[in-house]
Ligand binder design. Structure first.
Ligand code: ZN
Length: 747
């Protein structure tokens, strides 16, 4: 009841009841609570209130009863400062107005939430409008502990970090404004549970692994995740108290995921890291491979969804380093040394440089560079390919392709470092082939020259060097598409081939009119092609014999025999001289070493029948048998098929001539060495009768004949005679030998 009365003024004259004293004001939950000292004679009290800017107080309540000395102002607005005063009344008389008591009304900041935060306890309270701030207190065994001053009436939040696991705490909050305080209320927290601390979030294979440090007490853990577009945390899984990691396999490469973890202890949930820890999911790069290419190590892998680039790691000598970063899915490490083994791995890199995928497996690769100086050469029966040995390789692989083909075909594997050549027999005449070679070491394939070497297969030019009266005649088979030929010569002992002529494409023969006399002349014919390519023939040789100087053919029958034949060969070798040995077929296997030596010294092997049989008394069949079996035996041992024959005893008839199939060689000087066995008579006979073109008959069975040869060979040489074979002499003299004909000399 509000009632203004004019008698209030009269109180000043002592007519009314006593003035109330000891006015006290305090904020309570409901409002401002006023109390005052009783005025025992009064009928009641009137309560006045005024805002500081108002001149007059306003009566806000009338309370009946002298004992009722209290009042609660429920209409005061929080944050406003009021002055309260009281009068006692009796009948119509009023006491004087009490002293004025100031107070800022502050509503109670009731704690609405006490929750567990990330390593703290969080308090939220109701705003006390108009408050300057709040004082926060905690109740402890020692009493009430002041925690902090939170300024501003809108800041209704406090975190208490000074908390221990398995304990609960009681808090209260008071609003303040100047000297005024609000009422307050205590609130007790749940028992505190520590928050698991996330230590790492990493890509592991095709999943993401979250690891955390466990709080002291936890009964279980709960994992939450937010995807790219999620605003709310999604609960992923509850894990037992032992767990300190979680593998999230339900992830997609390229997406960003954020994780947070809570602990549960005695059914209370811990707080959690509200921003969480984020990671871009990046799958492990697949199909990672490493191999030799172009003298470096070439790496490749499959692209990873969401990756911006890739880190390339190399380990060598126990040190791992990043050797490159690339946006592509391949990398070449050119900074490598031959024979060394390097180990590589790859990680995908996301939109931030520290967001990495898991590492690929380590792949090791040994550096095997291209074989050097690969060369291809035409052979009689194929193409020979050779290259420099590699000290790193355990073998080689040889590839071939036909001209114009794209793909190399493996044609050969060589399992030895030291076998640095092959012959490819599977080739066709006049075709172009390309070859390349790759080193191999324990299954590791090396780099190879992708261009390789090219060669046109010229199987055989059939080059043949033969003596003729003008010098040495060279013949070869015609090569289609050739644009000409070049002739090269080298004598034994010379280092280099010398070009001695160019030959028109229409020719397939020429004569070297100036061979080096007394030496073996070796020839190569080079086929030229209009495209600039060329192919060389194999080598053919002939001795250079001067047709303008005298010559003699020494012949020895009935051998070979070890001691005598070798003595004769020793002397021939000493004078760079040659002779013709007419051998008996049944002896050649037993004395094969002598035979081989004679051929190696460029002597001629002739046919002296197989059983030293009188051919003039033999049947046609026997004649053929005697001749052919001897030639075959000689060819089997020496590789040379004889082209001249001498009948035993010089006995031939028409049947022998018709069936021998070879020219018969007689003699112009018969030394009768077999009869006298005397070196002197042999040498005298020869010295007396010899002339240019002589054919001398001896037998390499007797030491006396070897003694005679020791004298004759030097003597003849010193007297200007060239010691040649029968075939050489006939060729130089221009005598064409025919089968079945007999020849006595070169003149
Ligand atoms: Zn004989």
């Amino acid at each position: 009841m509000v009632c203004m009365t004019t008698f209030s003024y009269a109180g000043g004259f002592g007519i009314g009841p006593d003035m109330p004293e000891n006015i006290n004001t305090v904020n309570t939950f409901e409002g401002v609570n006023l109390t005052w000292g009783k005025s025992p004679e009064s009928d009641g009290y009137k309560v006045y209130r005024r805002l500081p800017e108002q001149r007059h107080s306003v009566e806000i309540a009338e309370i009946e009863g002298a004992d009722k000395n209290f009042f609660t102002d429920k209409t005061a607005e929080s944050g406003k400062k009021y002055e309260y005063s009281v009068r006692a009344y009796k009948d119509i008389f009023l006491s004087r107005l009490s002293e004025r008591k100031e107070l800022v009304r502050l509503s109670q900041p009731t704690i609405e939430k006490v929750t567990l935060g990330d390593g703290c306890i969080e308090l939220n309270w109701k705003k006390s409008a108009g408050a300057e701030g709040y004082y926060v207190y905690k109740k402890t065994a020692q009493g009430i502990e002041f925690l902090g001053n939170v300024k501003g009436d809108n800041n209704c939040f406090y975190e208490d970090k000074d908390v221990s696991e398995r304990k609960s705490y009681t808090y209260t909050v008071t609003a303040y404004s100047g000297e005024s305080r609000s009422s307050h209320e205590y609130k007790t927290s749940p028992i505190f549970v520590g928050t698991p601390k996330i230590t790492s979030v990493e890509n592991t294979g095709k999943s993401i692994t979250v690891k955390w440090q466990k709080p002291k007490f936890a009964d279980s853990f709960v994992i939450y995740r937010k995807g790219n577009n999620d605003t709310q945390w999604v609960k992923l899984k509850v894990l037992s108290s032992e767990a300190d990691n979680f593998i999230d396999s339900d992830v997609k490469s390229g997406e960003i995921y954020t994780y947070t973890v809570r602990a549960i202890s005695q059914k209370n949930y811990s707080g959690y890291n509200k921003s969480g820890v984020s990671l871009q999911c990046l799958n492990i790069p697949e199909n990672f491979s490493a191999g030799n290419y172009n003298d470096g190590i070439s790496l490749s892998w499959d692209a990873v969804e969401g990756a911006e680039s890739y880190n390339v790691y190399r380990t060598y000598d126990k040190t791992t380093e990043i050797i490159g970063q690339t946006a592509s899915v391949a990398y070449s490490d050119m900074n490598v040394e031959e024979g060394k083994t390097y180990t590589y791995s790859i990680k995908a890199v996301g939109f931030k440089s520290d967001m990495l995928s898991d590492s690929t497996e380590n792949i090791s690769c040994c550096v095997l560079k291209k074989p050097l100086n690969i060369a291809a050469v035409n052979m009689f029966d194929g193409i020979q390919l050779y290259w420099e040995k590699s000290n790193s390789a355990t073998g080689y692989i040889i590839y071939r392709k036909n001209f114009g083909e794209m793909e190399w075909t493996k044609i050969r594997t060589v399992n030895s470092r030291n076998t640095n050549y092959i012959i490819d027999h599977d080739v066709q005449k006049d075709r172009m082939y390309m070859y390349t070679v790759q080193c191999v070491k324990n299954g590791v394939l090396g780099s190879f020259d992708v261009n390789g070497v090219s060669i046109r297969h010229i199987p055989s030019l059939g080059i043949k060097a033969t003596l003729c009266p003008q010098g040495i005649k060279l013949q070869w088979s015609e090569i289609r598409n050739s644009s000409g030929y070049e002739l090269f010569r080298k004598t034994d002992g010379d280092a280099d081939w010398v070009k001695i002529g160019s030959i028109d494409a229409s020719q397939t023969a020429c004569i070297d009119g100036n061979p080096i006399y007394g030496k073996k002349n070796n020839y190569v014919v080079r086929v030229l092609f209009s495209d600039g390519g060329f192919a060389d023939s194999t080598v053919s040789s002939a001795f250079g014999i001067d047709p303008n100087k005298p010559m003699v053919a020494l012949t020895y029958d009935d051998g070979p025999s070890t001691e005598v034949t070798n003595r004769i060969l020793d002397k021939l070798a000493q004078y760079n001289a040659r002779a013709t040995f007419f051998v008996v077929g049944e002896r050649v296997n037993k004395y094969s070493d002598c035979l081989k030596r004679a051929v190696s010294q460029h002597c001629e092997i002739g046919n002296h029948s197989y059983h030293h049989k009188d051919l003039s008394k033999s049947t046609a069949e026997e004649i053929k048998q005697e001749i052919i079996s001897t030639n075959t035996a000689v060819e089997n041992i020496t590789g040379v098929y004889p082209v001249v024959a001498r009948a035993p005893g010089g006995a031939v008839n028409d049947l022998a001539r018709e069936n021998a199939g070879m020219p018969f060689i007689f003699w112009s000087i018969d030394t009768l060495d077999w009869k006298y066995r005397n070196a002197e008579s042999v040498t005298e006979k020869v010295k007396n009768e010899v002339k240019d073109g002589s054919i001398v008959l001896m037998h390499d069975l007797y030491n006396s004949t070897a003694d005679a040869s020791d004298i004759l060979i030097p003597w003849l040489t010193e007297n200007g005679y060239q010691l040649v074979t029968v075939s050489e002499m006939m060729a130089v003299k221009g005598i064409e030998m025919k089968d079945g004909e007999t020849y006595i000399s070169g003149y």
